[in-house]
Ligand binder design. Structure first.
Ligand code: LRH
Ligand code: MN
Ligand code: MN
Length: 424
């Protein structure tokens, strides 16, 4: 654990500079009629959930290169999530993946409480075979041609809900790898019908105050066709299931150049946007740290979200979904949380009255300049001030490195073997 003392000791020599930077930015924003303290309050209220699976070193289909001190189980992972939240004060919840994180609920709750953490959406897993399972998912799960295999996959999702109920989760995210590698391998219509009918059975098991998120992904592991390949299919699914069903947008699950912010806008319009898996990518489902490849796109997504934040019923689950191959996962997850928060604060700076005026006047140049003016604003003093005032670190990466946390846990955690490829 990284104690408050360690954080305060690292913050102390930086606090005066931060106050000065914050005052300078405040004066600049005030000239444009923006109250910096309002932005500070928004930054403090910001939350994004951490994926339990992101705390371990990921891999590719070719190899995995584990680092020292990797978490060996969900309790180690929760310890790491506690560090991330302690330093950033932006990640108070963890999203679990079952069966990877299966453990006694009382123990999960106790460990989470130790770090002041709660649990976000549960994630089911019918894209891998588990050692003890009766039917293989090689040819699909919820859309499999075999009824017994579908029943097993449905049962697993219902079990995820049961586990989630015991730890205070309120949502289930379903992503399936079902699809086909070759034209003709599956009947696309009948396969989707089977998927829908399985999802209806899962939906029937949802508690009143729960939601189910349908997560689409264009391809992989299936390389020719995927059952839930795009937001259209996800929307069809959510609409057919009912009001507790929503769509989840994983930023890495689209073809290159797809206008994701427009998908976000459409799903809000349909009343079906439920949440996000934030990450960044260059080519496919790269699961890179948020805001490290296309920060402007992340900003544009947030621009839609801030624009629509007063929409009745809009209640979004913000989660990170990443895999870290060459960095310390704790550092990468902190970077992502802070970049997502940055895009949110920058989007909060957009002069929406001016923007609407330019749009009405067809002034394309000034409309686009209005967005870029917000994006160009360095809001780091606001983010750092939010962290400092809530007990986090002014500079989380430097504080983490100075704490020696990874070296300390390397002493007690067993070495995790890593020859196999990654999964996500
Ligand atoms: C699939 C995915 C989905 C899984 C996670 C591990 O690519 O994005 O959200 O649950 O990765
Ligand atoms: Mn995802
Ligand atoms: Mn993914």
């Amino acid at each position: 654990m990284i104690t408050k003392d360690i954080i305060e000791a690292r913050n102390a020599p930086r606090a005066a500079d931060l106050e000065a930077d914050y005052a300078a930015l405040g004066a600049r924003l005030a000239r444009n009629g923006i109250a910096i303290d309002d932005l500070l309050a928004r930054a403090k209220a910001f939350e994004v959930a951490v994926p339990s699976w992101g705390t371990g070193t990921g891999g590719t289909r070719f190899a995995r290169f584990p680092g020292g001190g990797e978490p060996a189980n969900i309790f180690d992972k929760l310890d790491d999530c506690g560090v991330i939240h302690g330093l950033t004060q932006a990640t108070p919840r963890v999203s679990l993946h079952i069966p990877w994180d299966k453990a006694a609920p009382a123990d999960l709750l106790a460990k989470a409480e130790e770090h002041g953490l709660g649990f976000d959406a549960m994630n089911s897993n019918t894209f891998q075979d588990q050692p003890d399972q009766a039917h293989s998912y090689k040819f699909g799960s919820l859309s499999h041609v075999d009824a017994a295999t579908r029943a097993q996959a449905i049962e697993h999702n219902l079990e995820c809900i049961e586990i989630g109920k015991t730890i205070g989760s309120k949502a289930l995210t379903v992503w399936i790898g079902d699809g086909a590698n070759f034209p003709g391998q599956t009947h696309m219509g009948r396969q989707f019908d089977r998927y829908l009918s399985s999802m209806k059975e899962i939906y029937a098991g949802l508690p009143e105050d729960w939601r189910i998120f349908s997560e689409h992904k264009i391809y992989e592991p299936a390389f020719y066709s995927t059952v839930v390949q795009d937001w259209g299919t996800s929307l069809l699914t959510a609409q057919e299931l009912g009001e507790k069903a929503m769509c989840l947008v994983d930023l890495g699950h689209h073809a290159p150049n797809v206008n994701i912010e427009m998908i976000v806008s459409r799903l809000i319009r349909a009343g079906k946007l439920g949440g996000f898996h934030f990450n960044d990518s260059k080519y496919g489902d790269d699961d890179l740290d948020s805001g490290t490849i296309e920060p402007y796109r992340l900003f544009l997504v947030w621009n839609e979200l801030v624009d629509a934040e007063a929409t009745p019923g809009l209640d979004l689950a913000h989660m990170i979904d990443q895999s870290h191959n060459v960095t310390d996962p704790i550092e990468s997850l902190m970077i992502s949380a802070m970049e997502i928060q940055r895009a949110f604060v920058q989007a909060s700076l957009v002069d929406r009255v001016a923007l609407a005026g330019y749009q009405e006047e067809n002034d394309a140049l000034m409309a686009s300049a209005t967005l870029r003016a917000a994006f160009r604003t360095d809001v780091e003093p606001i983010l750092a001030m939010a962290r400092m005032q809530t007990g986090g670190a002014i500079d989380p990466i430097a504080t983490y490195r100075a704490s020696g946390y990874r070296a300390a846990v390397s002493e007690t955690r067993p070495v995790v073997k890593g020859a196999g490829g990654g999964i996500v």
